[in-house]
Design a protein around this ligand. Structure first.
Ligand code: TRP
Ligand code: ZN
Length: 468
């Protein structure tokens, strides 16, 4: 489901033209095929995403054996053609394909490094819904990128975990990996009986046991970007409860020495606390999974983050904050990663402020004391570059500082109104920095272009004036 792009037209208006057009040249990215609605490729990940259709649902049937790490899979993609499709492409770099069927008829296909081009027996008519079924089998492998780390399908001692951010979904299923083409998901996970399999969302019905194998079905009924899709297979202890009527499902690998009660409790508290400040919790369940991997980071997978080790309170608050900021409201391009990480880090500061720790302003002051010559101030938070999207100082800390500077400028009442309105206006959609600027200006009746320029699009320490 692709939403229309909101801020492109607005970028021509007063608010975003001056400050932001220079920062994000719309002409830089090559345009891909398709009609007038065709979006430009992501400037940081130009090979991801495909044009000409809009995915509504992924049904992923995955049969996995932990001992051998062998996967037998059928991915059924329901999409709508946006133009006549004599052929179309998907992002895919997973195991060998056995067969592809489009609308019940065998299709031909071609693979290269990371794209799958499908040629249906008959072209799909414009506006028509169609389904693509891809059967594949083999051992999926993680992507190991020098700048982005280990991600995608990660095999573990007792199973596997999928952590897709930013473009790792293609390592285990064929996908339109475009931030704006969110879709709903169903996961049918089959493993040897005794192995536990989890995914995003809610369990559908009881496990089915046949011939020593168990199948569980999970469904994510809210639109989800591909980088947030998750499965975790292995030896897990699962805990369930209800928090304000919403299921809380946490799991941990009993081989690690962790207090799962802490993750379960703190997740519920962070969701209730967040809902009171940022608006209704966007998903139909919550939770978290502790699964030790070589990845070395936690990820805000939709409704159910994955933690690589027993998390502290700050980490749980951070990944829970992403459910509003990143998962429900998703950036339109990876350049705007600060809308994820700056917000989630700022929510950690807010949590501390309200739980007997330093105020957000004190945390801000501590970082603002960093000398102007320090590498901390190098680069632009609002355009960090592909290899720096996860840089802690640049994106996380300076992103959070941007929000504190904004709070001080517009005042608490407008600022908290903004946080809530941001989550509500763009719920389940995509938004960009330009949308935030426009909304902040609309709420505060101030010209905030200079503040955004100084904090996001300047590779230097903002002046005291921009740091009220
Ligand atoms: N998005 C994760 C978070 O902050 C972090 C993350 C994902 C990450 N991939 C990474 C951090 C790779 C460092 C390296 O919650
Ligand atoms: Zn984060």
């Amino acid at each position: 489901m692709t939403r229309p792009r909101g801020c492109v037209a607005a970028a021509l208006g007063v608010a975003c033209a001056t400050a932001l057009l220079t920062a994000a040249p719309v002409t830089a990215a090559p345009l891909r095929g398709g009609g007038p609605a065709a979006a430009a490729a992501d400037p940081y990940f130009p090979l991801s995403g495909n044009q000409g259709y809009d995915v509504g649902h992924y049904d992923l049937d995955l049969d996995f054996t932990p001992q051998t790490h062998e996967l037998t899979a059928a991915a059924t993609i329901s999409a709508k053609a946006e133009r006549r499709l004599a052929r179309f492409a998907l992002d895919y770099s997973g195991p060998p394909i056995e067969r592809i069927v489009v609308d019940g008829r065998a299709a031909t296909y071609r693979r290269d490094d990371r794209k799958l081009t499908v040629v249906p027996a008959e072209a799909v008519a414009p506006g028509q819904g169609f389904t693509v079924e891809v059967r594949y089998r083999g051992r999926p492998e993680a992507i190991d990128d020098p700048a982005l780390g280990l991600y995608g399908w990660i095999n573990t001692d007792d199973g596997a975990v999928a952590l897709n951010e930013p473009d790792g979904a293609r390592s285990w299923y064929p996908v339109n990996d475009d931030l704006s083409d969110k879709a709903t998901y169903t996961f049918h996970l089959t493993t040897p009986t005794g192995v536990t399999a989890l995914a995003n969302g809610e369990r559908q019905g009881p496990p089915l046991v046949a011939a020593g194998r168990t199948t569980v079905t999970w469904a994510m009924a809210r639109p989800m970007a591909a980088y947030l899709a998750m499965v975790a297979i292995g030896n897990f202890e699962v805990n369930r409860s209800l928090v304000g009527g919403i299921p809380n499902v946490t799991a941990y690998d009993p081989a690690i020495d962790g207090d799962d009660g802490f993750l379960h409790r703190t997740t519920g508290q962070a969701v209730e606390w967040g809902a009171a400040r940022f608006g209704r919790y966007p998903f139909d369940s919550m939770g978290g999974i502790i699964d030790p991997t070589e990845a070395g980071y936690s990820l805000e997978t939709q409704s159910r983050p994955v933690y690589d080790s027993p998390p502290d309170e700050g980490t749980i608050v951070h990944e829970t904050a992403h459910q509003w900021f990143g998962d429900s409201v998703t950036p339109r391009s990876w350049q705007d990663i600060w809308l994820n990480e700056g917000f989630a880090t700022y929510v950690e500061w807010l949590w501390q402020e309200e739980h007997g720790g330093p105020t957000a302003q004190q945390t801000f002051d501590g970082h603002y004391a960093t000398p102007a010559a320090d590498p901390f101030w190098q680069r632009e938070t609002g355009d960090p570059g592909r290899d720096h999207i996860f840089d802690y100082d640049l994106v996380y800390v300076r992103g959070a500082m941007t929000l504190q500077a904004l709070r001080r400028t517009i005042g608490d009442q407008d600022f908290f109104h903004l946080l809530r309105e941001w989550g509500e206006r763009h719920r389940y959609g995509n938004a960009q920095t330009c949308d935030l600027l426009r909304l902040a200006e609309e709420i505060s009746h101030r010209d905030l272009g200079p503040l955004f320029q100084a904090w996001l699009y300047t590779a230097a320490k903002p002046s005291e004036e921009a740091a009220p």
